[in-house]
Ligand binder design. Structure first.
Ligand code: BES
Ligand code: ZN
Ligand code: MN
Length: 505
């Protein structure tokens, strides 16, 4: 069950050595080639003669194996299942884990109303198949009352039997446990993003993060508005002061069993709604700003996941939460605030609020002397202009930035390294304070935001900033394992980076 809602966040995932007897649909992979499609290696879990039979039928109905193509056919009498779904995997030469994940997700999305499926995609890559099915089956219908609740044919798959040739091995069990935990963490991040701003405001977000943290055995600290005042968190307070719902700073710490483990700090932008403040945004599309806590959602889910996986790395998430509203108490363009740690800032544009709350959190996170610091945020529209809706931009210290981009591309979230051009820095100079929160031009907006954050990162910390303004939220149609709404990006990147740090320092 979800710690956030009273429902499971994904299907039950189990290992199997052959097609079980209560299976409604068998899902097989189909690769494309120039002459005719082929069934992707089914590794002995399904009889060869049955596969030949299936392929004949699939070719007869025009299946091509094109990526994410779905073809549903009746089951041959020799198979104890209701029907067979062939899911396209694209060309066999280009087949990688991410394609398997996406195809598994597309299969899961197409199987509304089906209770139990078995699949051979797990023979190709158990972890990718498990993650894809689980994430593809995720639904958010919390606010659908009986009047418009999805019918039984939209009910997500409830059980997935992942077939592998050796289901009882420790390796298979370990891989499945890891992938189940990852899929659950991504779903937790999605759940936070999908919860509307009416229901998820800073205090509520903090409470839910606290419950998750306590359940996972983390050390939890929540600073309310009084504590923020006493602590000197001028950025978080400045952004939050236009709202009747006061800001919070949440800290969730996981300590590895191992002594002297590497230390990773995570920081995530938690704007539960971004109107722009007095520098108010246009009405069209403003509802998408419910996703402006996507970074915070991802870091909360990731620190909880690191604990569940028991990784030999100390991880602390420092999560500023505020609602950016225009009101009689809101900060004004031209106001000067003092960030935690003493840097003064001229707030020229109240819509550049993310960097103000992040700067406080970064300074606080650096007080723990982390080896690595990853911050992630739906920070700039410029990210979407530069890289589109599916490619996060990553900036930071050169080596760590490139390491994160490489890992993110390997696991399919595809973050791309971006520069922090030195000449943009002076455009953040202010006439009245130490810094201005924006430049006076539009050029390189994602990069100047990163340069702003860089001012607050302690010397010697390996740092990366991941801008997920587009990738955290899918406001168009579903694709692969990604439905509409919160995507959970970059949870999988961050956990893979932490695992890489565990393995290589
Ligand atoms: N939350 C927005 C960025 C954003 C844009 C997220 C689109 C997701 C989709 C951020 O707070 C913002 O308003 N940024 C401004 C910065 C500007 C004022 C320098 C922007 O990008 O326009
Ligand atoms: Zn914002
Ligand atoms: Mn904004």
């Amino acid at each position: 069950m979800s710690p956030l809602t009273a429902r499971p966040l994904g299907p039950q995932l189990v290992l199997a050595g052959s097609v079980g007897k209560d299976v409604d649909v068998l899902v097989i992979g189909l690769t494309s080639s120039s002459d005719s499609p082929e069934i992707a290696l089914a590794g002995g879990v399904v009889d060869e003669a049955v596969l030949t039979d299936l392929l004949d039928t699939l070719v007869a109905v025009g299946a091509t194996g094109k990526a994410e193509e779905t073809t549903r056919i009746p089951s041959p009498a020799t198979l104890p299942v209701g029907s067979v779904l062939a899911i396209g995997l694209g060309s066999a030469e280009n087949l990688d884990a991410e394609q398997i994940r996406r195809s598994a997700g597309a299969a899961a999305r197409s199987l509304g109303g089906v209770d139990t499926v078995a699949t051979t995609l797990s023979v190709l890559d158990l972890g990718a198949a498990a993650e894809g099915f689980s994430l593809g089956a995720y639904r958010f219908a919390e606010f659908k009352s009986a009047k418009s609740a999805p019918g039984p044919d939209a009910k997500p798959v409830s059980r997935v039997e992942l077939m592998v040739s050796a289901p009882r091995t420790g390796d298979a069990k370990k891989t499945l446990a890891r992938s189940s935990a990852i899929a659950e963490a991504v779903a937790i991040a999605r759940e936070f993003v999908n919860t509307p701003p009416s229901h998820l405001f800073p205090a509520e977000f903090a409470d839910r993060a606290k419950v998750l943290g306590i359940d996972a055995g983390l050390k939890v600290e929540v600073l309310d508005e009084k504590a923020l005042e006493n602590g000197g968190y001028g950025g978080i307070l400045g952004v939050g002061k236009g709202s009747s719902r006061p800001p919070r700073l949440v800290r969730l710490s996981y300590s590895a069993k191992k002594r002297n483990a590497p230390k990773v700090a995570l920081v995530g932008k938690g704007i539960t709604f971004d109107t722009g403040g007095i520098s108010i945004k246009p009405a069209a599309g403003m509802e998408n700003m419910t996703s402006d806590m996507g970074g915070a959602a991802a870091v909360v889910a990731t620190v909880v996941l690191a604990a569940k996986l028991g990784l030999p790395v100390d991880v602390t998430a420092t999560v500023p939460m505020a609602e950016n509203m225009p009101s009689a108490t809101a900060q004004r363009p031209g106001d000067v605030l003092t960030q935690y740690g003493g840097t003064t800032v001229e707030v020229i544009n109240t819509d550049a609020e993310g960097r103000l709350i992040l700067a406080d959190a970064i300074v606080r996170a650096c007080e723990d002397n982390p080896d690595y610091l990853i911050d992630t945020a739906t920070l700039t529209g410029a990210q979407v202009v530069a890289l589109g809706t599916r490619t996060p931009g990553v900036m930071g210290t050169d080596e760590f930035r490139d390491r994160i981009a490489a890992i993110s591309q390997r696991i399919g979230e595809n973050a791309w390294a971006m520069p922090m051009p030195a000449e943009l820095r002076s455009d953040l100079d202010s006439k009245v304070a130490d810094l201005a929160n924006v430049t006076n031009h539009r050029w390189g907006g994602m990069l100047s935001a990163a340069l702003y954050l860089k001012e607050f990162v302690a010397d010697g910390v390996q740092w990366a900033h991941i801008d997920v303004a587009g990738p955290a939220y899918n406001s168009s149609g579903p694709w692969g394992y990604t439905g509409r709404g919160g995507t959970g990006v970059p949870v999988r990147t961050m956990i893979s980076v932490i695992e890489d740090i565990a393995a290589n320092g």
